[in-house]
Structure formats: C-alpha cells, structure tokens
Write a protein that binds this ligand. Sequence first.
Ligand code: FES
Length: 313
Amino acid sequence: MMTPGWWAMALSEAVNDQTPLAVTFAGEELVLFRNAAGQAFALEDRCPHRRVPLALGRVVDSGLQCGYHGWVFDGATGRCTQIPNLHAGERVPARYGARAFTVSEANGFVHVWLGEGTPHSTLPSDDYQPSGREFTGATIVNMQHEQFLAAMLDGPQCLMALSHVRMTDFFLGDLRLEQGRAVLERGAVWTTQFLPSQFVVDYPLFVRTAVALQGGMTRVDLLSEDELPLITLMISTGANRRGTTSLCWRGYVHQQAPAKAPLRWRLARLRKQPLFTVNSLIDGVAIAALLEASSRELRSLRQPNLIAVSAVV
Ligand code: FES
C-alpha cells in the first residue's frame, strides 16, 4: 500500500547517463537513468528475464541494458528493444518489457509518479528558487517512514538541526492544510551563551514544517518573527526496505539576515556555511520521548489516500 502521487526520488544531479541509480521508495524498487539528451527515466529495478536488478546494468544509446544477458529496455516505455544473439529473422516479442514509470523533474529533484494510470495531479509546485549556494544530501535513516513524518511535526529537532537556533516544543497555532500539505509552526529562539529558555513570550523565530499528504516532499522554513525567510529546505522522504526511510534534500540560506541574529550566525552565513543539518543518525531516546501531538491528525489525513499499487504504464 502506498500513497498515489508524485514522489521526489533523487536529486537531479544524482541521475546521469553513465551509471544507473537504484532507489527504493514507497516500497517500490526502481532504477533511474538518463539518456544522452538529458531526459530522465524510471524502470522497475528487475529484469523481466531472470529478475536481476537492472541497476547492475549499463546505460546505452537506446536505453538500459541488463548486465546479465544484455537485453536492452527503452526508458520511456520499458519495452525490450534488443536481445543479443537472436537468430536471423527473429524479433523481440512485443510482450517483453520492464515496468516503466512516468518521470518529471522540478526544483532539482527527479519525481516519479506512483499510482494508478497516468498522473491525475500536477507536480507539486513550490516557490523554491535558491538565491545563493545550495546544500544537498541524501541518506537512509533507521526509522519507519510514517514515524519520520510524524516526528517532523511532533519534534523536527530530533531529525534536523538549525545552527545557533533552538526549536521549542511550543506550537504557534494548529495544524492546517495548505496545498496538499499539513502545515505546522513552532516557536524558535537563537541560542546564545546564556542558553535562553524556550519559555519566552515572543519568539524571535519560528519554524514552519509542511508535510506532504501525497508524495514525499516535506518543506521546512526558518523565518524571523516578521516572516522574513532565513532558511528553506526541501526534504524528499520515502519508505525504504526493512522499516527505514530514504531521504534526499536540498536547501539554502536566504540572503537577508534579521537585525537580531547573533554575530556567529551572521558570520557563518557570510562564509556560506550550510546552517542546517539533516540527521543521518537519529536519537531513539529523543524520538521515544516525543509527545504524540499533531502527528495524530497527520495519520488520519494521509490514510484515506492509500491505494494498492498496480501497473502504471
Ligand atoms: S536477466 Fe536480464 S537479460 Fe537476462
């Protein structure tokens, strides 16, 4: 079971026309690659001949070639177009093919449609226009996907860190729906040598977390109290094998700096340091201590969208 929609499965720069990229996302095992013209494709990562992962093969002019017996599959349709050693006059049977998925690219991510038939929704549009150096990464964390999304609302400080900023446990308003995402804001404070309490009346900062109900893109923004954007981070999340979660992300630090930002934050920004970290190791003690709050609503919001996966092409 999975949620139908566009899933951002890889950073665009991780998919090339040289080496196929294996990804496991939302329970699907796929292989991503490009042709020489730069178009990205996604096939099920399993050769229909003897079930060998196609990611072990190589990219050729006409598609992806299985590394075992050399069958070649077209990226757009998945159809087998070449079988080595066919006898003269023999043709590749039309029914031979790998399962192909619809692919699109936006915001520096390769998106794959997982769901019934042709896409019935447009790519999630984000006002993501990095102005300055971007910071990217990818990892697999030892946490179930649904739990990861829940923690993103209940305690994002367990999953990521913002330099010189402390995210508090106090929400600014209730969970709300915006453009297919569950959005929540929480107060944040600058950390100083005096380690300010999170029990402050007016928060100089807030963190807005927007978890997608369909597809896998979560957006996190750090903003000043007057809504000046400071950091924007897009995190693609998807269920991997054995209860783990695939992540890839890209984000940037905005050019503005609030007047009250501490000097060390300003200096780090001027030095083009990332000022955020996505944790590759997650503290189980901290996760277990999180109170279940807004994530309860998230679960019920995501549940109606679950469908059984079937062929999409
Ligand atoms: S297993 Fe792929 S061509 Fe035989």
